[in-house]
Design a protein around this ligand. Structure first.
Ligand SMILES: NC(=O)c1ccc[n+]([C@@H]2O[C@H](COP(=O)([O-])OP(=O)(O)OC[C@H]3O[C@@H](n4cnc5c(N)ncnc54)[C@H](O)[C@@H]3O)[C@@H](O)[C@H]2O)c1
Length: 286
């Protein structure tokens, strides 16, 4: 299996910047693509910041930080992805936007490259069908924050060939992640289980008149969760969770999958969790 030396990451938002950091730390040349230079620059600053924090905490040396940063460059020109062995897409969660992007990549990226999407809730198969090489497209579903959480779901469509699928798996492993294999089904593994479970937790708040603090304590001290469900929804982002719930509900139709009214109201009110400074709990910096 040819080794992956250069990785492209398209979209450097919450996920893409983290994925680019993982790739650069794994020792591969990493090219990040954004829509404007300013957004690319901001993503690079975020990566530099997190790598710097890693040095402060003794997780990596100053030399390792500098080497990782030197391997990561950003661009607005998708043509710069021509030499990539793997391109990971992490743009907005919109099927047509993703299909357009992969159609365009067909004319840029070498035929033997591996294509990957980080979609959480869209069909990887539908995305793969937009390309002229659906057998080379896989799902690489990282979790937020990508540099911290080890899991990567390596999602296989019916159209995928063994070679690119196993290369994606091997790359995730080489990058220090814990990849798992799964088929292209709504929610894949973790979201299929976690989204309805978190929705149940939120419904219990009202049904059993529990405070968010006590619900979190209940699940931490009674079920051994490392973080309580309300804190977890705040961390994920209330809007992201609502969107993912709606997608899962639309795909599978179980009532538990639909977002609870309370979360829909919070999302509408801009109470999005950590990123807005207020969700179930309040946070100092938004
Ligand atoms: N946020 C999460 O917790 C999470 C977890 C796992 C997977 N995902 C998935 O990852 C993907 C990205 O999510 P996110 O939360 O990072 O979103 P985000 O909005 O933070 O980032 C998306 C970025 O993509 C850029 N972009 C949009 N169109 C582009 C294009 N055509 N070319 C280049 N850049 C483009 C935007 O400027 C933005 O910076 C989505 O598919 C999402 O479902 C998100």
């Amino acid at each position: 299996m040819a080794e992956i030396r250069t990785v492209g990451v398209v979209g450097l938002g919450t996920m893409g910047a983290g994925i680019a950091q993982v790739c650069a730390q794994a020792g591969v040349e990493t090219i990040g693509v954004e829509v404007t230079e300013e957004l690319g620059g901001r993503a690079r600053e975020r990566v530099a910041h997190y790598l710097g924090r890693g040095v402060e905490k003794g997780r990596l040396t100053g030399e390792e930080r500098d080497a990782a940063l030197a391997r990561f460059r950003t661009t607005t020109d998708r043509g710069d992805l021509a030499g990539c062995d793997l391109v990971i897409e992490a743009i907005v969660e919109d099927l047509e936007a993703k299909r357009d992007l992969f159609r365009e990549l067909d004319g840029i990226v070498a035929p033997e490259a591996v294509l990957a999407t980080n979609t959480s809730a869209l069909s990887v198969t539908e995305i793969a069908r937009a390309t002229g090489r659906p057998e080379r497209l896989v799902g690489m579903h990282f979790f937020n924050p990508a540099p911290v959480l080890p899991l990567v779901e390596i999602v296989r469509t019916e159209l995928a060939a063994d070679g690119p699928y196993e290369r994606a798996y091997a790359f995730a492993e080489r990058a220090g992640k814990e990849p798992v294999r799964c088929r292209d089904t709504p929610g894949f593994i973790v979201n299929r289980i976690l989204i309805p479970l978190l929705n149940d937790c939120v419904r219990v708040l009202d049904e059993a008149a529990v405070t968010p603090e006590d619900l979190d304590r209940a699940m931490r001290f009674g079920a051994g969760w490392p973080i309580g469900p309300c804190s977890l929804v705040d961390l994920i982002g209330v809007d992201i969770h609502v969107h993912a719930s709606e997608a899962l509900h639309a795909a599978l139709g179980e009532r538990r999958m639909a977002p609870p009214e309370r979360l829909v109201r919070m999302a509408e009110a801009g109470e999005l969790g950590r990123k807005s400074g207020r969700g179930f709990f309040t946070y100092e910096s938004g």
